[in-house]
Design a protein. Structure first.
Length: 166
């Protein structure tokens, strides 16, 4: 068991949504937790070593987040194994992980469903902005940021609980 609390964001190519989410959450947690909470991202597609899209970089920069050094990674058993929580952008990503890595199903959540009382609600996917203009990327990063702000207290609580064990 890791002595850190780890969150993994997953989207399709690991070029837009998950790198933006990773950067936003790192910014919001670093002051309080430093490197005791680690955040990473990966994609369900086999796109490795690619930078975030220019519009993802621009939208993140407008939020005070630098993702210029991001290099895309594919989801793997290794990055799922070290993750306490896996937050995905769409129901498709959730199904992909549950089909290919069923042993991690308990820790996989659609970002919009995580920490909701009513599990029967219809939760919306975070749309893929790939190929769209900067205005659409702004809409997507704003949706991601709203979700991160909504779940932040729960993430902090889970992080503190795990870190107290060590």
């Amino acid at each position: 068991m890791s002595k850190k609390f780890h969150i993994l964001f997953v989207c399709s190519g690991n070029l837009c949504r998950s790198p933006m989410a990773e950067g936003l959450l790192k910014k919001k947690l670093f002051k309080e937790f430093g490197n005791l909470v680690t955040i990473s991202s990966a994609g369900t597609l086999n796109l490795v070593g690619r930078p975030a899209t220019p519009n993802a970089i621009s939208a993140a920069k407008e939020k005070g987040v630098d993702i210029t050094r991001h290099q895309s990674k594919s989801i793997s058993e290794e990055n799922l194994q070290k993750s306490d929580i896996v937050l995905v952008m769409t129901e498709h990503h959730k199904k992909f992980i549950r089909n290919h890595y069923p042993q991690f199903s308990e820790s996989v959540f659609l970002i919009t469903e995580f920490n909701h009382e009513n599990k029967k609600d219809n939760f919306v996917d975070v749309p893929d902005p790939i190929g769209e203009g900067l205005t659409y990327y702004r809409k997507v990063i704003n949706q991601i940021e709203r979700e991160i702000d909504r779940i932040l207290p729960k993430i902090k609580s889970l992080s503190k609980t795990k870190l107290k064990q060590f």
